[in-house]
Design a protein around this ligand. Sequence first.
Ligand code: NAD
Length: 355
Amino acid sequence: MPAFWNEPDWDEHERVEVVHDRTSGLTAIIALHSTHLGPGAGGTRFWHYADPAGAMRDALRLSRGMSYKNAMAGLPMGGGKAVVLLDKDGKKTKAMLHAFGDAVEAMGGRYVTAEDVGATVADMVAIAERTSHVCGLPVGEGDAGGDPGPFTAMGIYHGIKAAVAHKLEKDSMEGVRVAIQGCGSVGGGVAKLLAKDGAVLTLSDINDDRARALAAELGAEAVAADQVMGVECDVFSPNALGAILDDAGIAGLDCAIVAGGANNQLARPEHGAQLHERGILYAPDYVINAGGIINVSLEYLCRQQGEPCDIDEVRKRIAQIPGRLKAIWNESDACGRPSNEVADAMAQTLIGRGA
Ligand code: NAD
């Protein structure tokens, strides 16, 4: 593995731990980017990586993204993220989850974990048997917490409406054409919310059956996963994997707006400039997709204080996402810089790393 301080994504991370537990077979990386605003909060990704360097890159990029996301969401949390390196079969055992919980506990509360890709609420329950520094746990009716996906979708829905108002000067989603990549927890949730508002949806997923079933339910069209980025639409909403906005991906877009929940959508920061040059309005991913972390962070903070956390507080904070996006776009319009650069500068200032 190359030394990670030579990695382009190494960004003065406060701490990076490689965890190996021989008994359970767990191999994991916990990356703590910044605790300037509070404990580093960010989910754990369970994934089979082709090589360990790829896992390290993911952990470094995702943890920096969490610092920016939590700061821009106004949360008293820093940024961290963990990846668990699964074998080819994706085998995940209770012993591995316990060993991972022990590793989180050993960080003494400087890192707080939750769900990410490949993780379930049940996984968090198993991790919670070994550490209290975990959220996204089952909660009572009307309390904040639990599966972050629907709350992430809610924030993206608000953010897409704000983008349509800013770019297309429309105050309704009726007839607005939205192409959605990924129909999982987040993309599926976004699709359902937009369908209620009369948006015209094109859905795609590498799991064709999933896209087709949702399209049938919502009266939408389904297209093959390799076609969605070329669909003529008003909004392209990426809700699957990261790094899809590269040279080829951007060249093929036929939309006015890119706004979706996938983390690290830009393959490299300069791809934000390419979108800007093409006149495509970009909603910085870590700003628009903060709904889930708002939900589980409030769950964690309330639990630490021994109090239940009202879901209305979560909804109130998620409703502030459009205002943050508008501030970024207004600044971008005023200074002529791409929205991703404007957002990064704002976030860096908030975490005490401004220019
Ligand atoms: P998920 O696993 O529930 O859904 C992802 C979906 O994308 C799956 O249906 C999968 O088949 C599909 N997919 C994968 N590759 C694809 C491709 N190339 N083209 C089309 N579809 C593809 O995951 P999720 O929780 O919905 O998360 C989606 C994205 O949002 C991820 O990038 C995740 O990091 C990000 N995100 C999720 C949350 C959350 O609260 N769940 C919060 C912030 C960001």
